[in-house]
Ligand binder design. Structure first.
Ligand code: URP
Ligand code: ZN
Ligand code: ZN
Length: 479
C-alpha cells in the first residue's frame, strides 16, 4: 500500500511548504521535491490544496449513558463522521457511573470501539469515585492499556461528579503516575441551586439553561481545580472552556501560581451564541450543552485566546442526542424525566432534563477553517496546532500523530480550500436527527483523508475500513 501525494502545500504547526509526501505501509517514508512513485502506488495531485496532519479530536463522547438515555453514535457512525470531516484520531471520554467498576467500564468502552472503529482512538479514563480500590485499578488501566489521561467532573454531582476528597486523591495519583487530568469545571452545588430557583419561578425552557450555569459558576469551577492542581502539582487540562472568566481563572493560576494547566475550547462556543438556545418551539434544546453557549461577545474572546496561544486545543465535545425524542425529554409534555443528577423530576420536562450535548465531530475541522482561517481570525499554523498537534503533544501521541514527518503515521488530510458546500442533517454521517449548523455554508473540506496509509474518505464520502482503527498506546508524559 503506497501513496504519493504530489505538489500540495504541506502545513504543520510550525511551517508551510510545497513538497511531495510518500507514504509506504502505514507511515510517511519520504518528504521532498519531485519524489518518484514506487510501482503500484496511488498518485494524488494536491496542487492548489493543503496537506495537513490528520486531525485529532481530544474530547468526544461516542458511548455515553447520560441523563437517562444514551448518546446516539456508535463507532461505526462516529468514526465515519470523524473521517469524512478530516479527524483521524478520537480520544473518547470513558465515563462510568459512580457505582461502576473502572476496569469493567474500560473494557466496556474499549469493546465498543475495538473491531468497529475505522479511525484510531484512545480514551481519557473518568474517575467518578475514588475509594481504596481505585488506585490499583487506575494504575492497571494506565499501564496495561496505555491510557495516559484521566477525566474528572466537578459538575453532575450524583452522576459523574466527585467530591473534594476524591478530587485531591485523583490529582495526587495522577501526579505520581505522570498522567494529565482533564476536567469539566462548573460548581455543581451552585448549578443545582440556580436550577431549582429558576424552575420554581416557572422559568423552564431551554433558554434558562445558560442563566442556570453563568460564567461565574464555570470560573469558580476552574479556580477550584487550579487550587487543587497547585497543591498536588498535577497537570490539568480544562475541557470545553466557554468564556473569558473561566480563561482568566486558569491563566491567573498559570502565570502567578505556577500551575501547569492547559485550556480546551470546543467548536460550538466559537461559532454559536446563546440566542440559538432561545429559539422558539423548543428548537433551543438543540443548543443545550454544558457549560452553556454564551453571549456573542465571548466568541471573539475565544478566537483571540486561540490566536495568541492561550487556548491550546479546539475539540468538539461531540455528544449526539436526537432532537425528536431525546432532547424532548426536556419538553413540558415529556413523560418520565431525570435531570443531570439522575433525579426524577416528576411529570414533565424542563431545561434541566434536556440531555446535554451538541453533535459536531463531523464538522469541527470545516467550521474551524471556515470561521477561523478563511475569516482571518487564525492562521494556518494555529489551525493545525489547535486541531491536531497540541492534542498529540499533550496526550502522548506526538510525533506519531499530529505531525507530518518521516516515520510519523501516514494520517493526512488533503484539504480543498476552494470547496463550497452546505451542512445538512440529511447528508451527515453522524447518527443523529438534526444538525446544530443546518444550512450553514462551508468554505473548504477534506478531499482525501488517510489513516495509517489507507484512504479512509474522499470528497465527503467514507472509503475506509471498519475495524481497522487501533487503540493507541500512550505513555504518561506529565511527571
Ligand atoms: O453538554 C455536554 N458537555 N455534554 C457532554 C457531557 C460533558 O459534560 O462533557
Ligand atoms: Zn463536560
Ligand atoms: Zn464532554
Amino acid at each position: 500500500m503506497s501513496l504519493l501525494i504530489k505538489n500540495g502545500t504541506i502545513v504543520t504547526a510550525t511551517e508551510s511548504k510545497t513538497a511531495d509526501i510518500l507514504c509506504e505501509g502505514e507511515t510517511i517514508s519520504a518528504i521532498g521535491e519531485n519524489l518518484d512513485a514506487p510501482g503500484g502506488a496511488e498518485v494524488v495531485d494536491a496542487a492548489g490544496k493543503y496537506v495537513f496532519p490528520g486531525f485529532i479530536d481530544p474530547h468526544v463522547h461516542i458511548y455515553l449513558p447520560f441523563m437517562g438515555t444514551f448518546s446516539k453514535d456508535d463507532y461505526r457512525s462516529g468514526s465515519e463522521a470523524a473521517l469524512v470531516g478530516g479527524t483521524t484520531t478520537l480520544i473518547e471520554m470513558c465515563c462510568p457511573s459512580r457505582e461502576d467498576d473502572p476496569l469493567e467500564a474500560f473494557a466496556l468502552w474499549n469493546g465498543k470501539a475495538a473491531g468497529v472503529s475505522a479511525c484510531d482512538y484512545s480514551f481519557h479514563m473518568a474517575v467518578t469515585r475514588f475509594d481504596d480500590d481505585t488506585p490499583g485499578k487506575l494504575r492497571r488501566i494506565v499501564r496495561d492499556h496505555g491510557i495516559a489521561s484521566f477525566k474528572i467532573f466537578l459538575a453532575y454531582k450524583g452522576a459523574f461528579g466527585i467530591d473534594d476528597h476524591e478530587l485531591y486523591a485523583t490529582l495526587k495519583l495522577a501526579k505520581e503516575l505522570g498522567v494529565i487530568v482533564t476536567a469539566h469545571c462548573e460548581n455543581a452545588d451552585l448549578v443545582a441551586e440556580l436550577q431549582q430557583k429558576l424552575v420554581a419561578a416557572g422559568r423552564t425552557g431551554p433558554e434558562w439553561h445558560e442563566p442556570s450555569r453563568p460564567m461565574s459558576v464555570e470560573a469558580e469551577g476552574c479556580h477550584h481545580l487550579m487550587t487543587f492542581a497547585e497543591l498536588t502539582g498535577a497537570h490539568v487540562y480544562v475541557v470545553h472552556t466557554s468564556c473569558r472568566d473561566a480563561i482568566e481563572a486558569i491563566t491567573t493560576a498559570r502565570e502567578h501560581r505556577g500551575v501547569k494547566a492547559w485550556i480546551e475550547t470546543v467548536i460550538p462556543y466559537l461559532v454559536l451564541d446563546k440566542t440559538w438556545a432561545e429559539k422558539p418551539d423548543f428548537e433551543g434544546a438543540k443548543y443545550v450543552m454544558s457549560p452553556p453557549i454564551r453571549e456573542a461577545a465571548q466568541q471573539e474572546v475565544l478566537w483571540k485566546a486561540l490566536a495568541d496561544g492561550t487556548i491550546s486545543t479546539v475539540a468538539t465535545d461531540h455528544a449526539p442526542f436526537d432532537f425528536g425524542t431525546q432532547k424532548h425529554m426536556g419538553h413540558p409534555d415529556a413523560g418520565k424525566c431525570v435531570d443531570a443528577q439522575f433525579k426524577p423530576t416528576g411529570a414533565g420536562g424542563n431545561f434541566t432534563t434536556i440531555p446535554n450535548g451538541i453533535p459536531s465531530v463531523e464538522h469541527r475541522v470545516n467550521l474551524l477553517y471556515t470561521h477561523g482561517v478563511a475569516k482571518g481570525r487564525i492562521d494556518l499554523q494555529t489551525f493545525v496546532r489547535a486541531a491536531s498537534t497540541e492534542a498529540a503533544k499533550l496526550f502522548g501521541l506526538y510525533p506519531r500523530k499530529g505531525e507530518i514527518a518521516v516515520g510519523s503515521d501516514a494520517d493526512l488530510v488533503v484539504y480543498d480550500p476552494e470547496y463550497r458546500g452546505v451542512i445538512t442533517a440529511e447528508s451527515q454521517a453522524m447518527n443523529v436527527d438534526y444538525s446544530a449548523f443546518e444550512g450553514w455554508e462551508i468554505e473548504g473540506r477534506p478531499a482525501l483523508v488517510t489513516v495509517r496509509g489507507e484512504v479512509a474518505a474522499r470528497d465527503g464520502a467514507f472509503t475506509g475500513t471498519h475495524g481497522r482503527g487501533q487503540l493507541l498506546r500512550r505513555e504518561p508524559t506529565h511527571a
